[in-house]
Ligand binder design. Structure first.
Ligand SMILES: Nc1nc2c(ncn2[C@@H]2O[C@H](COP(=O)(O)OP(=O)(O)O)[C@@H](O)[C@H]2O)c(=O)[nH]1
Ligand SMILES: [Mg+2]
Length: 262
């Protein structure tokens, strides 16, 4: 996307550093996790024209790894509806995370996985953080983390952020990813054949680098995402009125995952 369109949010120093974004729906413990991961020096910025705040703090792992952790506003889908989601999407596209921690409520994993797939589709390195794990256990549920990790092809870590449990493990998984010792084997959520055909056609049409993968951009296009449509039509001579189906994909869900066994 345009580097000079004034939509970047983070200050220059943070933007140019290595960045990990905490992404996920509201009330999953992103801010609790942020507090566990970062030190006391926190910068809070406000997205212009909104009441949406974004916190950024430094995290150091051992003596080799230092980066900024960004606590992003709650998001259910990469296609924004709320002001918070809009800010988080802009942050992802314009301020460019190096890594994403998708923080979820472990006991509601199935409801949260569609966003995991959307984030995996962006092409960015994603780690899935199953927070509120104490609540999952209190409900008498179990989760097979190794299976889930194998099936998703990304690191999966359980945490109880408010008690600082799982943070050391999360840190070592982050280091594994940073040092490229983890081999991602990301799976792609598949849509219906008609939609997959349309996505392929759109991917071939896309000529510019949009930071997010072409598949990710194409998925937003078929959902009539106005921002992305404007960008793409400007840069590719793309006639949006000819191509896009009517909200066919509202609430798209690649597939559901049966990982929770009572
Ligand atoms: N039991 C439990 N509560 C948590 C955990 N993590 C966060 N919380 C609580 O969940 C609520 C939402 O957390 P918060 O960090 O504000 O979520 P955010 O909206 O994603 O930033 C708060 O009341 C936290 O104290 C956890 O692992 N276990
Ligand atoms: Mg929060």
């Amino acid at each position: 996307m345009d580097e000079h369109d004034g939509t970047k949010i983070l200050n220059e120093k943070i933007r140019n550093s290595k960045k990990i974004f905490l992404v996920g729906s509201p009330n999953v413990g992103k801010s609790a996790l942020f507090n566990s991961l970062t030190g006391s020096y926190v910068t809070v910025s406000n997205y212009p024209g909104t009441t949406v705040d974004i916190s950024s703090g430094k995290m150091k792992i051992g003596s080799h790894h230092q980066f900024n952790v960004i606590d992003t506003p709650g998001m259910y889908s990469l296609k924004p509806i709320t002001a918070e989601e809009d800010v988080t999407r802009k942050l992802i596209i314009h301020d460019k995370p190096d890594y994403i921690l998708h923080v979820v409520d472990a006991k509601n994993l199935e409801r949260m996985l569609p966003l995991t797939f959307q984030l995996i589709d962006t092409g960015l390195p994603v780690i899935l953080v199953l927070n509120l794990f104490d609540e999952l256990q209190a409900c008498g549920m179990q989760l097979h983390i190794a299976h889930l990790e194998h099936d998703l092809g990304i690191p999966v870590v359980k945490t109880i952020a408010v008690r600082g449990i799982g943070i050391d493990n999360l840190s070592s998984r982050i280091v594994e990813v940073i040092e490229k010792r983890y081999r991602f084997n990301r799976i792609e959520g598949k849509y219906s054949p008609e939609i997959e055909d349309r996505l392929s056609a759109l991917c071939e049409m896309l000529r510019n680098d949009y930071f997010l993968s072409k598949r990710s951009i194409a998925t937003l296009l078929i959902q009539n995402d106005q921002d992305i449509m404007d960008k793409v039509s400007k840069e590719n001579g793309y006639e949006k009125k000819n191509e896009l189906p009517r909200s066919e994909l509202r609430g798209i869900k690649p597939w559901s995952y049966q990982a929770i066994k009572k």
